[in-house]
Design a protein around this ligand. Sequence first.
Ligand code: PLP
Length: 422
Amino acid sequence: EARLANYDTALASAIAEETARQEAHIELIASENYTSKLVMEAQGTQLTNKYAEGYPGKRYYGGCEFVDKVEALAIERACSLFGANYANVQPHSGAQANAAVFMALVSPGDTVLGMSLAHGGHLTHGAAPNFSGKHYNAIQYGLVESTGEIDYDEVERLAREHKPKMIIAGFSAYSRVVDWRRFRTIADEVGAYLMVDMAHVAGLVAAGLYPSPLPHAHVVTTTTHKTLRGPRGGLILSADGDETLYKKLNGAVFPGQQGGPLMHVIAAKAVAFKEAMNQEFVNYQRQVITNAQTMARVFVERGFDVVSGGTDDHLFLVSLIKQGITGKDADAALGRAHITVNKNTVPNDPQSPFVTSGLRIGTPAVTTRGMGESDCEHLAGWICDILDVLADQQDTSDVENRVRENVADLCAHYPVYGQAQT
Ligand code: PLP
C-alpha cells in the first residue's frame, strides 16, 4: 500500500514540517486549537467520496442512506449542545455560514450594522473588502475607547439613524461578555434581524461559561474549529422557532451558496459536538478562561495596557502604543522565539492594519496541550521580557534565544498528540 511519504516526498515533508512546528511552538493565536484524534479520524474517512447535495431524506443523489445518518446525528447533537431547534451543519466555513445568513435575510443594497474590523469585528460583518461590505450598505459600530467595551449607545444611535435590516453582533477580538439582550432590544426597536456570530466563544457557550446568544438572536452562526475544538467548518443555529426562517436558511446554504456538503467534515463535527457534551470539556473551557485571565494579569503587572483591563473569555488584546512598539515587530520577535501570536489593531491605533500597535493573545490551544496557570504565568513573563527589550530599542537576539530554549522545554513537556518527553 502506497504511503504518502513514499509517493509524494515533497508534500509529505511539508506536512511533517508543519506537524513538527505545531509540536515545537507555543500557539497563542486565539482562533486556533488542536482538534482531537477522533475528530481527525472521522475527517479522514471514505465519507469524503460521497456527493450528497440536499438535506437528509431529500437528496439529489442516490446512495445517501448512510451519510443521512451522519448528518442527522450532527444536527441532533448541535441542537442539543446549544439548545437550538434548527441547525445547518453544511457550511464549509464561518465565512460561508455568514454569507448564507446574509443571503437568507437581506438583499444586496440593504443596510446592515456590524462591528468594524478595526474594533474587533470580522471581515464578514461589513468590512469594505468583503462581500458583506461590497454588496450591502454596511454601517459599522465600535468600542468606547476609554473602556474598551462595545459602545451600545452608538449601536442604538446608528440603528435609529440608518434603520438596518440586520444587526450583527459577535467578534474576532473582544475580551468581554457581550450583552446579547441589549442587541436584541435595539434590533426589535428598528425592526431588524439580529444575527450573532459566536465563532470565537462557541466552546465557552457550549460549556455554559459564556452567555448563550441563542435565546436572543434570530440566527446564530459559528465556526467549529476555534474554542469549540472541532474540524475547520461552519454551523448555523436558531432557537427562534420560525420554520419559514429555517427553510430560507437551508435554501441559502444549498443551493444558494454551496454545492455538495463535505460529509467527512460533517462527521468530524458530529464527533466534536459529542466531545463538547462531556464534563471534561467544561473543565477544559474553564481552564481556558483562567489561563487567559492569568496571562492578562501578568501583562498588567508588567506595565502593559490590556484593552478593557482584562478578560472574561479566552483572549485579550495588549496595546503597545505606550511602549512605541508595533504589533508587526512584536509578532516577528515572538515568532523568532517560537511563540505564535497575531498582531492586531487596538482602539485608537496610530498604525495601519498591516502594522498595528497591538497583539491578540488567546489560550485555547495551550490549554488543550494541558498547560495551566503557572505555565501561562511563565509564558506571559517571557513575552513581556521580549517586549521590554523591544521597547528599549535594544538587540532582542539574546532574550529571543533564552525564551526559545524555555519554549522548547515547555513544549516537550506538553506534547500535542504524542508522548511527553521527560
Ligand atoms: N466569524 C468570526 C467571528 C471569526 O473570527 C472568523 C474567523 O476568524 C470567521 C467568522 C470566519 O471563519 P472561517 O475562517 O472559517 O471562514
